[in-house]
Write a protein that binds this ligand. Structure first.
Ligand code: ZN
Length: 62
């Protein structure tokens, strides 16, 4: 399991999509093992299409 701070969650209302670096993003053609910080700037949330700026680390919530 990745650490919480390595998992990023989309903050857009009604989305809540989580980027898991162990899974990557098949829809966005991101292979497994790619950290969120390594995603290209043009990467978008596979669920709602929000930009990377809409994501926050899960570990920072508490
Ligand atoms: Zn989203």
């Amino acid at each position: 399991m990745p650490k919480p701070e390595e998992m990023y969650q989309c903050q857009t209302a009604n989305c809540g999509c989580i980027y898991n670096p162990e899974k990557g993003d098949r829809k966005g053609k991101v292979p497994k093992g790619v950290d969120f910080e390594q995603l290209p700037e043009e990467w978008k949330c596979p669920v709602c299409g929000a930009s990377k700026k809409a994501f926050r680390p899960l570990g920072s919530a508490s």
